[in-house]
Design a protein around this ligand. Structure first.
Ligand code: BV8
Length: 232
């Protein structure tokens, strides 16, 4: 059971060059969330949705993990079995930094799935509306990401981890998307110490006992060093 549960959001990948969602020049200021991140939007205009995710997949492939991703991988390596990352992000930067115990609760850009048969495979860099599913052949392929109105992955495992966590940290998230926005309150109610590492106070700052304000590439390595230098 992980003693330290870390929730990450778009802010941890901001310094890797991947846009956030709700900052002033964020993704949701350029694209209408309803059009590109809902099943209804996908039914209305598959080409637009594939174009949106193709662009993000290309961005993600050319991005690199930053010092924050690397520090979390170092923490997991130093405390085997004690650290769980729950990410809202669909980029693969935690895995590329070396983290292994990761729940991608909103899915993954680099995975595709078939809306007809449920088959999941490594996404090609460019997806198009009439691509046939490699398993059933139907033109029902989509990015394996969780859209608004869809149920996130791993909720049971996450709920159990929040119950048993001694420390819950949230890094780079505005706390505006549910159910992730409720994780800090759940962990705190179960007795965890809650730490927020963010560029600025968020909607859920009141749920935390400790705040480290600043860019993740600075605050996360310092926080990890502090944990690794303090007695177990
Ligand atoms: C669901 C994948 C039903 C696709 C995403 C109440 C209860 C339950 C649900 C709801 C509810 N009210 C409304 C809902 C519905 C909805 C919701 O929450 N809507 C919001 C908008 C009100 N939720 C859902 O639909 C979810 N599903 O509820 O199913 C259910 C649930 C449970 C049980 C049974 C049934 C599904 C939500 C998932 C949607 N998919 N992404 C894609 O990525 O394209 S959400 C999207 O937002 C991303 O995943 C993103 O990660 C996520 C959250 O955003 P953040 O990561 O926080 O990013 P943001 O830009 O907002 O903030 C960045 C932060 O970083 C800022 O604070 C900034 O200051 C900071 N920062 C910036 N730079 C740095 C930094 N910090 C540190 N260093 C820096 N350098």
């Amino acid at each position: 059971m992980a003693r330290i549960v870390v929730l990450t959001g778009a802010g941890i990948s901001a310094e890797s060059g991947l846009g956030t969602f709700r900052d002033e020049d964020g993704l949701w200021t350029k694209y209408d969330l309803e059009e590109v991140a809902t099943p209804q939007g996908f039914r209305r205009n598959r080409a637009l949705v594939h174009e949106f995710y193709n662009a993000r997949r290309a961005n993600c492939a050319s991005a690199r993990p930053n010092a924050a991703h690397e520090a979390l991988a170092r923490l997991e390596a130093a405390m085997p079995g004690e650290v769980l990352i729950v990410t809202q992000n669909v980029d693969d930067l935690h895995r590329r930094a070396g983290s292994r115990n990761v729940i991608e609760m909103h899915g993954a850009l680099m995975r595709a799935c078939c809306a007809a048969c449920g088959h999941v495979w490594a996404a090609p860099m460019i997806m198009a509306p009439d691509d046939p599913c490699p398993a059933c052949g139907q033109p029902e392929t989509r990015p394996d990401v969780v859209w608004f109105g869809e149920i996130p992955y791993g909720l049971d495992e996450i709920g159990a981890a929040l119950e048993g966590a001694q420390v819950f940290a949230a890094i780079g998230t505005s706390g505006q998307v549910w159910p992730a926005a409720g994780f800090a309150a759940s962990a705190r109610a179960a007795g965890a110490k809650c730490v927020e590492l963010n560029l600025e106070k968020s909607e859920i700052s009141g749920d935390f006992d400790e705040h480290h304000i600043g860019p993740a590439s600075v605050t996360v390595p310092l926080w990890v060093d502090m944990i690794l230098s303090s007695p177990a």
